[in-house]
Design a protein around this ligand. Structure first.
Ligand SMILES: C[S@@+](CC[C@H](N)C(=O)[O-])C[C@H]1O[C@@H](n2cnc3c(N)ncnc32)[C@H](O)[C@@H]1O
Length: 216
């Protein structure tokens, strides 16, 4: 069974936050860790790719209550939960795919993405990361906290299984279906560097989950 990406998350809205925080190893460490890496200056502008219900933003607003956040997500239900959580924050929410939504030029002090980008190929990510880099101000950076394949073979096996499932189900369109196909950290780093980021560092690791910092 494969569900379209936005539907998959909207169908699991009830209990989503609790599931993320209790069923994903070390989530209670990597969400606050990620938030703490974002700019602390008053009024800092942040772009969140795949913001969902805003778990990382809850931790971020606790350290920077006056941050201005733009969040992009495919799933309208996830965004409506997020909206009700932070009624008094400077929050712009865009429902759509971050592959298609324009980000603007030199608009953000930093960008963040947590547990969202492990569904896409390196080839899909390079133009996305190029667009993201252009949206960052000079000195800006991108924090990517996500889970990664631990070997090239694991990465290939996830991709093969997705292709097998799509063939079995007769799915031929180019829409995004929910199936985890994480890259290795090495391939993720290559995608960021090929998109023009100047340096990629691994700042945290929790099992297969890592926090990467890519400098504009
Ligand atoms: C596992 S949730 C993570 C949400 C949030 N960042 C968190 O950590 O709780 C993944 C989110 O990415 C969103 N997503 C996946 N692909 C997307 C795309 N191409 N454009 C925008 N959002 C996307 C999904 O709709 C979902 O809300």
């Amino acid at each position: 069974m494969l569900e379209k990406m936005g539907d998959f998350f909207d169908n699991r809205l009830i209990g989503y936050d609790e599931h993320q925080l209790t069923c994903i190893e070390s989530a209670q460490e990597f969400y606050p860790f990620t938030a703490d890496l974002l700019p602390k200056e008053a009024g800092a502008s942040i772009l969140d790719l795949g913001c969902g219900t805003g778990l990382e933003l809850g931790y971020y607003f606790a350290v920077n209550p006056s941050a201005k956040v733009t969040g992009i997500d495919l799933a309208p239900g996830m965004l409506s939960v997020l909206k009700t959580k932070f009624p008094d924050k400077q929050l712009e929410l865009i429902q759509g795919s971050y592959f298609e939504v324009p980000f603007g030029v030199e608009k953000y002090d930093a960008a963040v993405s947590v547990e969202s980008l492990h569904h896409f190929t390196k080839a899909e990510k390079i133009p996305l990361y190029r667009k993201l880099r252009e949206a960052l101000k000079p000195g800006g950076y991108f924090i990517l906290t996500d889970y990664f394949s631990l070997s090239d073979e694991e990465e290939r096996a996830h991709r093969r299984e997705l292709q097998r499932l799509k063939a079995e189900l007769g799915i031929e369109d180019d829409e995004f279906y929910h199936y985890d196909t994480p890259l290795t950290v090495e391939h993720e780093t290559e995608a960021l560097i090929e998109a023009g980021f100047s340096k990629v560092e691994r700042l945290g690791s929790w099992g297969a989950t890592c926090a990467l910092r890519a400098a504009r």
